[in-house]
Design a protein around this ligand. Structure first.
Ligand code: FES
Length: 111
């Protein structure tokens, strides 16, 4: 089973985390299943950007993003070339290292 390593995030996962992931499920679902409360304002339906993650390792092993994901990602806070919407990126056999950005678009609005 692939391993997901989550880098520390001050609010969501201060110590970081590492767990055995379920292949075939999205990164977002895997995080939620392991009590990592990443935002998911549209309930994983590819209609917000709050589940944005940066895939620091293992990015190339994921299926490529589709156009609607790319369109939404353009609006994400802190976009990088390794960014994905975690509800759309399906875990395969490879290990992943995930960074949850400091802010989401929701935070950006609040501030
Ligand atoms: S939860 Fe809204 S795009 Fe992923």
């Amino acid at each position: 089973m692939p391993t997901i390593t989550v880098l520390p995030h001050v609010d969501i996962c201060p110590e970081g985390a590492r767990f055995q992931a379920e292949p075939g499920e999205s990164i977002c679902r895997n995080l939620l299943n392991h009590d990592i409360a990443i935002e998911h304002a549209c309930e994983l339906s590819c209609a917000c950007t709050t589940c944005h993650v940066i895939v620091r390792e293992g990015f190339a092993g994921l299926d490529p993003s589709e156009e609607n994901e790319d369109d939404l990602l353009d609006k994400a806070w802190g976009l990088t070339p390794l960014s994905r919407l975690s509800c759309q990126a399906i875990v395969k056999e490879g290990d992943l290292v995930i960074e949850i950005p400091r802010y989401t678009i929701n935070h950006a609005k609040e501030n």
